[in-house]
Write a protein that binds this ligand. Structure first.
Ligand code: SER
Length: 322
């Protein structure tokens, strides 16, 4: 029987992927972990242990004790927070990945999942329909760690046969977690502000076009990648995946279709430079051809879904005055 260990289970991706994995494979096949013990609360009874991924020995002990066969290693520091603590971001993002890959090699784990990002690209990358293989010159510590991490994943596959798989996610937007320190997280926060009836101050310029994906699509892509037969996975660094390319102004206008009173201000900060180095759109034909990737959500569909689910998910934030 397979047993899946998830790190960073309380994070932006983890809080949704953990629930989806438990639903797909059964609660007892999943062991959720996070450095923050409070993560247990959002995981709805899924088996949970506190775990600091910087502590390689504790990961190894848990794998041994719980007979773990697969690791979904999601814990990481994202782009904007990483620029505030570059050395910490580097060591957390890199050392923990190397611990997981080593463990996978030693214990012959059946599969490893590790997320990469559009942050592996940079200002000299072709920015429209960015190809799978092209110049990567990341300018953030987060991006450098993802670029190096992709190469380590490929190395462990080629050298040691570790079945490690990865996706280069665009900005992810979902309603089950609060913004988590990423540059693309304006597109999460904007929905919260709209529902709170407040003006949203956007830290990116109104016409900053970035690739984004609604969380159900990200989960669908991850499950499809991990379920695909081994011989269909022909890229062992990380696959480009894409769903939509949108600007803050377009997100704002799509919300105004539902909440016409909503206001926005634009005050760019250091995150604009990060966004300016990232692609505008992504060519994901390999993911489509190799394992059948197709996104389901565009901007209007995502906005409608976000606005209908957010108040139920964070009811304490949106209580109406009596
Ligand atoms: N969403 C991430 C960030 O903005 C990019 O992978 O940091």
């Amino acid at each position: 029987m397979e047993k899946l260990l998830i790190t960073g289970a309380g994070g932006q991706l983890g809080s949704e992927l953990t629930l989806a994995l438990a639903e797909t494979y059964g609660e007892n096949s999943v062991l959720a972990t996070d450095v923050n013990p409070a993560a247990e609360k959002i995981l709805k009874g899924i088996p949970f242990r506190p775990l600091d991924v910087m502590d390689a020995r504790s990961i190894a002990m848990l794998v041994e004790k719980e007979k773990v066969t697969q690791i979904y290693h999601l814990a990481a520091i994202l782009s904007a927070v990483g620029e505030k603590q570059p050395l910490k971001a580097w060591s957390l993002n890199m050392d923990s990945l190397l611990s997981v890959l080593e463990l996978a090699r030693e214990k012959k784990l059946s599969k490893v999942y590790w997320p990469s990002s559009i942050a592996v690209f940079g200002p000299n990358t072709p920015s429209h329909q960015t190809p799978q293989n092209c110049i990567q010159d990341p300018r953030t510590v987060y991006g450098i760690s993802k670029q190096a991490g992709e190469k380590w994943c490929e190395y462990y596959f080629l050298k040691h046969g570790v079945d490690v798989r990865s996706l280069r996610y665009p900005g992810l937007i979902g309603y089950k977690s609060l913004p988590g320190g990423g540059t693309t997280d304006y597109a999460v926060e904007i929905y919260h502000k709209a529902l709170e009836g407040k003006t949203f101050t956007c830290f990116l310029k109104k016409d900053t076009l970035l690739p984004m994906m609604y969380m159900p699509d990200a989960i669908k892509a991850t499950l499809a990648l991990m379920e695909a037969p081994k011989n269909q996975i022909r890229i062992r660094s990380a696959y480009n995946v894409s769903a939509m390319s949108i600007t803050p102004e377009q997100v704002y206008q799509s919300i105004r279709e539902h909440l016409p009173e909503f206001n926005i201000l634009y005050e760019q900060d250091y995150r604009q430079a990060i966004a300016d180095g990232w692609p505008r759109s992504i060519d994901d034909r390999n993911a489509r051809d190799h394992w059948g990737w197709r996104p389901s959500y565009d901007l209007p569909k995502m906005t409608q879904d976000m606005l209908s689910h957010l108040p139920n998910y964070f009811p304490h934030l949106y209580e109406q005055p009596h």
